[in-house]
Design a protein around this ligand. Structure first.
Ligand code: SAM
Length: 278
């Protein structure tokens, strides 16, 4: 184990600043800096990019990103108790770390960064999924970010990379895979965190594609997919009935059997159907 920076070990930082983990903020901290540096490396080249980090906490991943050479990190943390510890990191890396005390759901920090941009985060489950959906559905594509490197509960990571015909396949897989290349790049057991969560975690790396894989209007595709999976056990002719009176004909024209269920329909077929709905 090598030391990645001259700052104190995270266990000591947490003790010095009284950062007892709060469940309400989904605080499960990574304390192994070699591990956080490894997660940072999954993000790709860092010295060419500005990095947005959400939820730095005591700064484990932040230190990993900076030690691995990130050009600049903007870190957004809701918990004011973490700010002094983060200021110490900023002092050790002059001019390379900006800290913003805010709720990541309330701010639009991407406009403060200079492209190219990568996003990296180890976030609580509900905030992470909400932010992922926002990042995947920007007003314009390609988005301002090049890649997302995000820690999720294993079950959520599986839903992002899921293939048709599986239980995990649904809206999240389709949204992610339509315009990104999404891969699980690391798996972490509960013991990697302090305190350990109940379930395993995984890091998902998503690279923005220059163009969607298949042509479709984003809003229409989102609406069709949301409706199809809202009643995922129903046949599509029933689940999508409200969308158009001739939905059966449109399904057939898109190469989908009206008796199919949403979870067996490929991304390409959903895009074909979305094109027929506009
Ligand atoms: N990045 C640190 C690590 O890997 O050890 C901490 C990860 S901990 C799972 C999640 C962090 O996100 C906590 O520091 C928590 O305070 C912060 N957080 C939770 N909700 C947030 C929100 N809405 N906006 C910004 N930060 C948030």
């Amino acid at each position: 184990m090598s030391q990645i920076d001259p700052l104190p070990p995270l266990r000591q930082v947490i003790a010095d600043h009284g950062l007892t983990a709060r469940k309400s903020l989904g605080q499960n901290f990574l304390l192994d800096l070699n591990l956080t540096a490894k997660i940072a490396r999954q993000a790709g080249t860092l010295d060419t990019h500005d990095i947005l980090e959400i939820g730095p906490g005591p700064g484990g991943l932040t230190r990993g990103l900076l030690a691995e050479g990130a050009r600049h990190v903007l870190a957004i943390e809701k918990d004011t108790r973490c700010l002094p510890a983060l200021e110490e990191i900023a002092a050790a890396y002059p001019g390379r770390l900006t800290i913003l005390n805010a709720d990541a759901l309330d701010v639009d920090p991407l406009r403060h960064l200079t492209p190219p941009i990568r996003i990296a985060a180890n976030l609580p489950y509900n905030v992470g999924t909400e932010l992922l959906i926002r990042w995947l559905t920007p007003p314009q594509w390609p988005p301002v970010w090049d890649s997302l490197t995000l820690m999720f509960q294993r079950e959520v990571a599986d839903r992002i990379v899921a293939q048709p015909g599986t239980k995990a396949y649904g809206r999240l897989a389709l949204l992610a895979q339509w315009r990104t290349e999404a891969r699980i790049v690391m798996s972490l057991p509960p013991e990697a965190f302090t305190p350990p969560p109940k379930v395993s975690s995984a890091v998902v790396h998503l690279t923005a594609l220059a163009q969607p894989r298949f042509e479709a209007d984003a809003k229409t595709l989102e609406a069709v997919v949301a409706k199809a999976f809202n009643q995922r056990r129903k046949m599509l002719r029933a689940a999508l009935k409200g969308l158009a009176p001739d939905i059966e004909d449109r399904l057939i024209a898109a190469g989908i059997k009206p008796t199919q269920r949403a979870e067996t329909v490929t991304l390409e077929q959903f895009c074909a159907l979305a094109r027929l709905m506009t």
